[in-house]
Design a protein around this ligand. Structure first.
Ligand code: ADE
Length: 418
């Protein structure tokens, strides 16, 4: 078997941690049990470019149980859990190409190694495999029956490709399922981002000012959790609707230029480029901590920050100290990469349970339906989304009501008024 991981000797620890995560993934477990019997992915070769975590391992094991020949690579150079990568290879027999801290060249080498398996279905978190299948590996695109996409940033890229009529195969936007973004993006990102910042710095959040650029589902989650930890939270936005929601949710809203001198901790979650720029770094307080939890490491203009600085050094794991020419120090966490995966373990398994149930069922859907699918971005079918919510509720022991016949009639009639 081909693979490239840090150290196979880490596999025992990885296996234990994968099993620990599995305990909190009951919906995925049900799917795995059914896949084991029905083998809906038999004959399918898959390349999955995801954060290599304990939760992802459980998804890959599920896909393999469904009969797929699965190959995995990292979707971010800093998010790999090396013990998990080792266990995937040694314990679960899944070819994996992923090492925490890999450089850009190795990152791309790993993508190509996964594509060398000549997949029929690809799974992305950030659209990197799809992107390569439209550029360096365009010759392979005709072998792809469909793809799935995990994250907001990836879906934005894919919709742009669809709009320009260049997308070469159907893609299911897993991110757009309600059981994905309403939970993973909000509660998952909220908790794991604060976890990453705290693990990296051990700062007390209570009483500090946390600035959150971006009030999408991820930004909301972080703002909510920072407030819960006792921070004063400032939100910055470019969208008037989201800005208004942030105001009515009780947050201060202002432009980043005004927030820059006020923040103790900054965390970007916009999906856009250079949200915090040179002119903002120049105004920050001495000791300001800056992190990103958006998909790509472009949200902070680190080149601009370096230009403002006279000295840069690592002061502790995942913390870089920039001493500015104005004498102040600014601390950047995790090289501006996703702080929740760089310094912590990503979203907890319980929330990834629903995201990855969507991924597994989307792969099954593509396998069954690709003949009738077009070169478009598809949503996860609503019945699948609703079924995942039902299964999750059942798993956590929460019952809900059903409509009475009278209520059903009332909702479907228009004659009954005051
Ligand atoms: N994205 C965010 N958290 C994650 C996790 N724990 N595993 C895989 N992808 C993630």
């Amino acid at each position: 078997m081909k693979y490239h991981v840090k150290d196979l000797k880490l596999s025992g620890k990885g296996k234990d941690r994968i099993e620990w995560a599995e305990r909190s993934m009951p919906v995925l477990r049900l799917i795995k049990n059914r896949f084991q019997k029905e083998k809906p992915l038999k004959g399918i070769r898959m390349a999955a470019c995801l954060h290599i975590t304990t939760e992802t391992a459980n998804l890959l094991i599920t896909l393999k149980a469904g009969g797929a020949d699965v190959h995995a690579c990292a979707s971010n150079p800093l998010s790999t859990q090396d013990d998990v990568a080792a266990a995937l290879v040694k314990v679960y027999g899944i070819p994996t190409y992923s090492i925490k801290g890999e450089d850009r060249k190795t990152y791309y080498k790993h993508l190509y190694s996964a594509l060398d398996a000549r997949p029929n279905i690809t799974m992305d978190d950030g659209a990197d495999l799809v992107s390569e299948l439209h550029s360096a590996r365009a010759a392979q695109a005709s072998e792809i029956i469909g793809s799935t996409e995990e994250t907001t940033t990836g879906v934005i890229r894919l919709r742009a490709m669809e709009k320009d009529d260049v997308l070469k195969f159907p893609v299911v936007a897993v991110n757009d399922a309600k059981t994905k973004h309403l939970f993973d993006n909000r509660y998952g990102t909220g908790q794991s981002t604060m976890d990453g910042i705290i693990r990296a710095t051990n700062l007390l959040i209570a009483g500090s000012t946390v600035v959150v650029p971006g009030y999408g589902w991820c930004g909301r989650g972080v703002a909510m959790r920072a407030k819960g930890l006792g921070a004063r939270v400032i939100v910055t936005e470019i969208d008037p609707m989201k800005a208004l929601e942030a105001v009515m949710d009780g947050f201060e809203v202002m432009p980043i230029a005004k927030a820059a001198p006020q923040g103790d901790v900054f965390v970007t979650l916009t999906g856009d480029i250079h949200v915090i720029r040179k002119e903002h770094f120049a105004k920050m307080k001495d000791g300001a901590v800056v992190a990103n939890s958006g998909h790509f490491n472009v949200e902070l203009d680190l080149v601009g920050l370096k230009r403002l600085s006279k000295k840069v050094r690592n002061i502790r794991d995942f913390v870089q100290e920039f001493t500015l020419k104005n004498g102040r120090k600014v601390f950047v966490l995790g090289e501006g990469r996703l702080i929740n995966l760089a310094a912590a373990e990503g979203h907890p398994a319980s929330v990834m349970d629903m995201s990855f149930a969507n991924q597994a069922l989307a792969a099954e859907y593509v396998t069954k339906n690709h003949d009738s699918m077009e070169r478009k971005v598809y949503s996860v079918p609503e019945d699948i989304d609703n079924e995942i919510a039902r299964l999750k509720l059942k798993a956590i022991g929460v019952a809900i009501d059903t409509l009475t016949a009278e209520q059903q009639h009332y909702l479907s009639s228009w004659e009954m008024g005051t």
